[in-house]
Design a protein around this ligand. Structure first.
Ligand SMILES: NC(=O)c1ccc[n+]([C@@H]2O[C@H](COP(=O)([O-])OP(=O)(O)OC[C@H]3O[C@@H](n4cnc5c(N)ncnc54)[C@H](O)[C@@H]3O)[C@@H](O)[C@H]2O)c1
Ligand SMILES: O=C(O)[C@H](O)CO
Length: 386
């Protein structure tokens, strides 16, 4: 028998039972669910990461849908339990869904939602923040001040890298990678080199137009290049930011050999998923190359760091907070709730998961559609014509 898991209940007499494995920011997501006849149960357990056993206990005998988190292992066991409880909907409160076995969800006919779009700019802004912090050694300098070590201006004190006119490299120029690229190109007049399986046409057009604008102003135009290989980006870029999804093709995409191809004074940023970098190789590389710097939001064995990383001055580490702005986190909660609610209600899937703004307008009722279901095609779900 699984140990009971503590919960808080909203709208106890609601017809549909929806479980959220965590409390989430804001109240709109709660109101949207209870207005539509859902009994909402929010897990209030103190521990951060719930086990499969905990979640099975939460699902119980009757459950219409679950809102879950990227720290949970959504595979065969959980989808089987959800399906047995009559559930047809699960949503991650995240855009990334590498913690979800979508084939297992397909097998049990469970729709899998994610939360794209609402976190694009917030995540790109954190990647840009880490870039600046690494380039200008802000964390080291802050520690130095607080330790009372500053005794006057010096020509060599915390000298870092200038971004203007340098090259920014983006691996994975999807929503977040493209937003980050635009920030660095427009904000710091950097040239762009990117690698993606697909052409980032809108991004290319943006850099071309911005370059023309700078030229017309008598300034040096910015340029862009789509690299034929990832190695080309690693060799040419001064800053490299990783933004691909995590799957078999991107696991340890940055390894010992690839780190060796990067410039000795390059800066590497990772706001995608930890296992995209071989973190043991990274620690060795940082030790051997003190001018090489890294800004990490995610880690290979989250929440742990590989031995040695925390001691390195040329590494900036933050605890997976890239999407942590109030507006974004409340929006993620809303999208996750509407994914589950929409499937329970039998709504069609929204026609474009990149354009989720109508669901986020607090002053209007959301469209009668499901914002984003990653296995919509596999489950042959109807698509909204709105
Ligand atoms: N740190 C955080 O808090 C945080 C926040 C949001 C998203 N993320 C991560 O960022 C990822 C990207 O999010 P997004 O909304 O930009 O997704 P997206 O799907 O718009 O972009 C991912 C891009 O990666 C590209 N890609 C896939 N495989 C590749 C490969 N082998 N080499 C190069 N490019 C490849 C895709 O073609 C796509 O353009 C998410 O899947 C998630 O894991 C992290
Ligand atoms: O994939 C995601 O959405 C993040 O990692 C959390 O915002």
């Amino acid at each position: 028998m699984a140990k009971p898991v503590s919960i808080e209940v909203w709208n106890p007499n609601g017809k549909y039972r929806v479980v959220s494995t965590k409390s989430m920011p804001g109240t709109r997501w709660i109101n949207l669910l209870i207005q539509q006849d859902c009994r909402l149960e929010i897990c209030t357990e103190k521990k951060t990461i719930l086990s499969v056993e905990d979640i099975i206990a939460l699902i119980g005998d009757k459950c219409d849908g679950v809102i879950g988190q990227l720290t949970e292992d959504w595979g065969e066991e959980l989808f089987s339990a959800l399906s047995k409880a009559g559930g047809k909907a699960f949503s991650n409160m995240a855009v990334g869904y590498n913690n979800v076995d979508v084939n297992a969800a397909n097998k049990y006919g469970v729709a899998v939602g994610n939360t794209p779009g609402v976190l694009t700019e917030t995540t790109a802004e954190l990647a840009a923040s880490l870039t600046l912090a690494a380039a200008r050694r802000i964390v080291e300098a802050d520690e130095f001040m607080r330790a009372g070590l500053y005794d006057g201006w010096l020509p060599h004190l915390f000298v870092g890298n200038l971004l203007k006119g340098q090259t920014v490299g983006v691996i994975g120029a999807g929503r977040i990678g493209s937003a980050y690229a635009r920030m660095m190109v427009e904000g710091f007049k950097m040239n762009l080199i990117y690698f993606d399986l697909y052409q980032a046409t809108r991004l290319e057009k943006f850099v071309t137009a911005y370059g023309a604008f700078l030229k017309s102003n008598g300034e040096t135009p910015v340029t862009w290049k789509r690299a034929a290989s990832m190695d080309e980006v690693l060799q040419e870029a001064d800053i490299i930011s990783l933004h691909p999804i995590l799957d078999k093709t991107t696991y340890h995409l940055v390894n010992k050999e690839r780190l060796a191809k990067m410039k000795k004074e390059a800066i590497l940023i990772n706001c995608s998923r930890g296992p995209v970098i071989d973190e043991v190789a990274l620690v060795d590389h940082l030790r051997e190359n003190p001018m090489f710097r890294v800004g990490l939001d995610v880690f290979e064995d989250e929440p742990y760091m590989k031995p040695g990383l925390a001691e390195l001055k040329n590494a900036i580490v933050v605890p997976h907070i890239a999407s942590a702005s109030k507006w974004t986190r409340e929006g993620m909660a809303t999208l996750a709730a509407l994914n589950v609610l929409g499937k329970i209600k039998g709504y069609p899937v929204w026609f474009d998961a990149n354009r989720v703004e109508p669901f986020l307008n607090e002053n209007a009722q959301p469209p009668a559609a499901i914002p984003s279901i990653v296995n919509a095609k596999a489950l042959s779900l109807p698509v909204s014509k709105l």
